[in-house]
Design a protein around this ligand. Structure first.
Ligand SMILES: Cc1cc2nc3c(=O)[nH]c(=O)nc-3n(C[C@H](O)[C@H](O)[C@H](O)COP(=O)(O)OP(=O)(O)OC[C@H]3O[C@@H](n4cnc5c(N)ncnc54)[C@H](O)[C@@H]3O)c2cc1C
Length: 507
């Protein structure tokens, strides 16, 4: 296509737009020409990459893309980062391994976690402490940060603000109060977004980082909604608390969980000056799924909050409730395939990436956001943002540690089904009390009598223990681990006890 000297400016712009939309300009030049440069001439508000959502996934994608020299626009529906996430979260040490820019990060709400505590309670209504495991990080972990601490807990509004600021400092434009309601398309690819109010922005690549209810996934036809077994609603109560008391009482045991007969493993996280108790615990959620009974997350959470050990802790740190919130989170036991289309990649919750046990999802969102931005840079440079070209994003996700978190996902859930068997959980808790506390710490009975009590419990719960083997062994095998033949055979026997069959657990 050629323009005569006398062609009107309007006709030239129209023709240029056609070039841009057909990606012909860059093909003809045979080199990477930033699209925003072309859009600058045509008057269309154009970018190289548009990111929908300024959560951890979106801001990390924007930061990576901006650092690579691309023109990036982030559109966030809220008035400020993490407006919907009133509470806080625990960020695992692997984020410090993988994202050097958070090294040395200090936020007012941060509390480092060098202790994890699992409390095993007696059944309701008593719910007293029966057995407790507290542990520091293992020296056998595969990277230095993991040997030093488990997690750092902090408020989302501080962390998400930090990430959005980093993206802006790197050159990304971040617009708040900008609800994306539509996608612009050219012949085959997504080519931009439409905002509530009618504004339109164009870019060859859109990164959908818009969370669990992703509009971009739906509008692109990748997913209508999650199946009921792929998503969970989680509720939490946040308390303000005394920083000094938390330092004394909790110190660095920032993550604690409560288990027990019929209890779901609700968790308690402590930040610098607040406490967050969340649920439903994974156990009961899974049981409800298998047995198709309805769980009542709020009631279960309340039960845990009312348990005497939890009440004592809350009193000791002067905790005052300040917020109750309920959110959905994707909760899949395998990784989704539907994470990209022509001109579009989904990251974080939008892609269903939280890991299958505790639904940890912030590191996953950051990791996938960075991968998507790297793929965007390559694909734009090659002038090919088609579905086939962006499919490399899925390939890289599959090769990444994000995918490795899903190895054994299905088996892990079975593990919780077994542990959630109220009778077995109750008996085995008492057996552990006998074999540890009563054996080594109390002189109340002859030791032989104490140990002998374990035998009938072991015999009665042999099927449950065999089920556990039937879970662990295939998990190790799926991860490619070597097993001695005897253990592999025992694992096979364990499967016969029903762990792999997914039958309804005993109640
Ligand atoms: C109760 C609870 C506790 C959790 N605890 C932890 C934890 O301790 N550790 C952990 O790692 N994970 C935790 N998770 C999971 C974690 O919150 C998510 O996996 C994580 O937030 C995913 O990040 P994201 O960037 O993909 O999405 P989000 O954080 O959900 O961000 C999406 C952003 O997109 C915006 N948006 C949505 N739609 C649009 C639109 N149409 N237009 C413009 N903007 C839009 C939203 O406002 C939001 O800011 C928890 C989840 C819940 C529910």
């Amino acid at each position: 296509m050629r323009y005569g000297r006398k062609a009107s400016a309007r006709a030239a712009v129209k023709a240029l737009r056609a070039f841009v939309d057909g990606n012909k300009w860059r093909q003809r030049k045979g080199r990477y020409v930033p699209l925003h440069y072309i859009h600058g001439i045509t008057g269309v508000r154009g970018y190289d990459v548009i990111v929908v959502g300024a959560g951890p996934g979106g801001s990390t994608a924007a930061l990576t893309a901006a650092e690579a020299g691309m023109k990036v626009l982030v559109l966030e529906r809220s008035r400020y980062p993490a407006e919907k996430n009133a509470g806080g979260f625990a960020l695992s040490s692997k984020a410090w391994r993988d994202f050097p820019f958070i090294t040395g990060l200090e936020l007012p709400s941060m509390r480092k976690g060098t202790q994890c505590v699992a409390h095993f309670l007696s059944p309701p209504p008593e719910m007293e402490e029966r057995f407790c495991i507290a542990s520091g990080p293992s020296g056998r972990m595969s990277y230095p940060e993991a040997r030093e601490f488990f997690t750092v807990t902090m408020l989302r509004r501080e962390f998400d603000r930090f990430l959005a600021d980093k993206a802006e400092e790197a050159g990304a434009e971040v617009k708040f109060t900008s609800l994306v309601t539509g996608l612009a398309k050219d012949a085959d690819n997504i080519a931009g977004v439409l905002l509530e109010g009618g504004d339109e922005y164009r870019a060859p690549v859109v990164i959908g980082a818009d969370g669990v209810m992703s509009q971009t996934a739906r509008l692109a036809g990748l997913r209508d909604k999650w199946r009921p077994d792929e998503v969970i609603s989680a509720c939490a109560v946040d308390y303000s608390a005394s920083r000094e008391r938390l330092d004394d009482v909790v110190h660095e045991a920032n993550f604690q969980a409560y288990f027990g007969p019929g209890m779901g493993g609700n968790y308690l996280m402590c930040y610098a000056d607040c406490v967050h108790i969340g649920g439903p615990g994974v156990t009961n959620s899974l049981i409800s799924r298998v047995s198709r009974t309805r769980i009542k997350p709020a009631r279960e959470l309340l039960e845990t909050i009312q348990a005497p050990p939890v009440q004592r802790l809350l009193r000791a740190v002067d905790a005052v409730p300040r917020e109750f919130h309920v959110h959905c989170v994707p909760w899949k036991d395998s990784m989704s395939d539907d994470v990209c289309a022509g001109g579009l990649m989904l990251v974080g919750d939008a892609a269903g990436l939280p890991e299958p046990l505790w639904a940890e999802g912030v590191w996953q969102a950051m990791y996938s956001g960075r991968l998507a931005a790297q793929v965007a840079r390559e694909a734009i440079g090659e002038d090919d943002v088609s579905a086939a070209s962006l499919a490399r994003y899925l390939d890289r996700l599959r090769e990444s540690p994000v995918a490795r978190e899903f190895v054994g996902g299905a088996q892990l859930r079975r593990l919780f089904e077994v542990l959630g068997d109220p009778r077995a959980a109750g008996e085995m808790t008492e057996m552990m009390v006998d074999l540890t506390v009563n054996m080594f710490m109390s002189g109340q009975e002859p030791k032989a009598q104490t140990v002998a009590r374990a035998v009938p419990i072991l015999m009665e719960n042999l099927p449950v223990l065999m089920k556990l083997l039937g879970i662990y062994v295939p998990m190790i095998q799926e991860a490619g681990g070597e097993l001695p033949p005897q253990l592999a055979a025992l694992g096979g026997m364990g499967a016969l006890f029903g762990a792999a069959g997914g039958e309804e657990p005993q109640r």
